[in-house]
Design a protein around this ligand. Structure first.
Ligand code: SF4
Ligand code: SF4
Length: 470
């Protein structure tokens, strides 16, 4: 068994003194990764195609005439799966966010950063859209390196202009879809129809989004994962020796070295060909162990498997494995940490399901009108004035009816018909009238039934105040 100290000695620690994307002069070291190939890359391509189809289809899907998904942060209106969520659903939203965070933590504890390589929009667009277009326009990584160093000439200018134009156009398309997720595709189409002049502000925002996407995919690239992304930075605290990550089997691979006929020193399976480094989109050498920069894209697994196959050695020298799996041949263990996170996740998912299942289509708050206690009415009656504040969360106008049991009195609506327009607030003012003979104490409870479309949508309790001497 190789101890942690032995491992430290085996692996050259020099990599800790430098960052792959910063050169000796402290400037950006632009990476030219080799295009990966192999079964995992093919699976990733397939997963990305499905992902992109879903990404570009969702804004077009409607439920009852409304978007399937819309995240309008400015208007604080969110539609998920066709259901409207507004500021009054803050608790559901907060719980949903907590559930998502715990799920991510649990997933990371068990499976490491596999989300980054296989499902993160940044990696999908960078590696599966823009990088592939770059190979198509500029050629393979050798040609890209040559073009970088060659002097400016007609060929280089033509290639650069083509790449900038194509990258800009795709960034513009992504920015439009990004807007559609924020304000709905109908709104985006309406703005297009009405023209730039009528919506200069929105068009400026669109150009800003486009510029940001262009900057990220044309130049900033892997720096998003290395420098900006907070999730990447969390790896250090989330991963442990049982987490499954892309890992180099140093037990089998070391001591690394090229096979030479005159060299009879014992060698591991790693021939130090650096094929795994050449394909890495973040420029690291996975043989140095798990690093913050690794997005678990699995490109190095494919590259090393190809080398092992050509040497007729077993594949999976680099593979998805935990540190304990490599050092001690242990299988995946359900640790106390995994159990604790799972229990918390189960509890908050249950709470979320209950909150969603019991969520009303109309949000109702009934309050007694301020500054009034009760009114003496003609015919030996006493009245209390209330206002009901209602938010219609559905996509249709709703006509509501209010009633109370006969023994508690009668309701009289003040003003016009209580119609609540779709996705809107309405305040209904009403009087509860009671015969003085029915009033036996100063404070009593009134049960108000709210009905819409032939069914009870809520029953609310409030207080009725009668004369002191009743
Ligand atoms: S080390 Fe391997 S898995 Fe990690 S980013 Fe580089 S190529 Fe992808
Ligand atoms: S691809 Fe495999 S054999 Fe080549 S350097 Fe990487 S780990 Fe070693």
């Amino acid at each position: 068994m190789i101890s942690a100290d032995d491992k430290e000695n085996i692996i050259d620690q020099a990599f800790r003194d430098s960052v792959a994307t910063i050169n000796q002069k402290g400037k950006r070291n632009f990476l030219f990764p080799k295009q990966p190939k192999g079964p995992l890359y093919n699976k990733r391509t397939l997963a990305s195609i499905i992902y992109l189809i879903v990404f570009f289809s969702l804004p077009w899907i409607k439920v009852n005439g409304e978007p399937f998904i819309m995240l309008n942060v400015l208007k604080r209106k969110f539609i998920l799966f066709g259901q409207i969520f507004g500021p009054q659903d803050f608790f559901i939203f907060a719980l949903g966010m907590i559930t998502f965070m715990v799920f991510i933590i649990l997933f990371t504890v068990v499976f490491g950063r596999v989300f980054c390589g296989w499902a993160c929009p940044q990696t999908i667009f960078m590696e599966m859209v823009f990088r592939k277009i770059e190979y198509w326009i500029d050629g393979n990584f050798h040609k890209q390196q040559q073009m970088k160093t060659m002097p400016w000439n007609a060929f280089k200018i033509r290639k650069r202009l083509t790449k900038i134009t194509v990258f800009w156009l795709i960034s513009f398309v992504i920015a439009n879809y990004f807007m559609a997720y924020l304000i709905s595709m109908d709104e985006v189409l309406r703005y297009v129809h009405e023209g730039i002049g009528a919506h200069a502000g929105t068009f400026s925002a669109l150009l800003i989004f486009t510029s940001v996407f262009f900057f990220v995919y044309y130049w900033f690239r892997e720096q998003v994962c290395i420098v900006v992304c907070p999730y990447g930075r969390l790896q250090g605290v989330l991963l442990d020796k049982n987490s499954i990550v892309v890992a180099y089997d140093y037990v089998r691979g070391e001591p690394r070295g090229k096979v030479k006929s005159h060299d009879h020193a014992p060698k591991g399976d790693c021939i130090d060909c650096k094929a795994c480094v050449r394909v890495c989109p973040t420029g690291i050498d996975i043989r140095n162990g798990t690093q913050l920069e690794c997005v678990n894209c699995t490109a190095c697994i494919d590259a090393c498997d190809e080398i092992m196959e050509s040497l007729d050695r077993p594949k999976q020298l680099i593979r998805l494995a935990s540190e304990n799996n490599i050092a001690q041949k242990e299988k995946l263990k359900i640790t106390a940490r995994i159990k604790a996170y799972s229990t918390v996740l189960l509890l908050i998912v249950s709470a979320l399901v209950v909150m969603l299942a019991t969520r009303d289509s109309v949000d109702i708050t009934i309050l007694r009108t301020q500054g009034m206690v009760y009114q003496q009415l003609p015919g030996e009656q006493t009245g209390n004035l209330y206002s009901a504040r209602m938010f219609n969360k559905t996509h249709r106008d709703i006509l509501v009816e209010l009633s109370i049991p006969a023994e508690e009195g009668k309701i009289e609506i003040i003003g016009k018909q209580p119609l609540i327009e779709k996705e809107s607030y309405a305040v209904i003012t009403f009087l509860v009238k009671r015969n003085n003979k029915q009033i036996t104490k100063r404070k009593s409870t009134v049960h108000i039934e709210i009905r819409a479309e032939g069914k009870t949508i809520a029953t609310k309790q409030t207080t009725f105040i009668g004369p002191v001497n009743s």
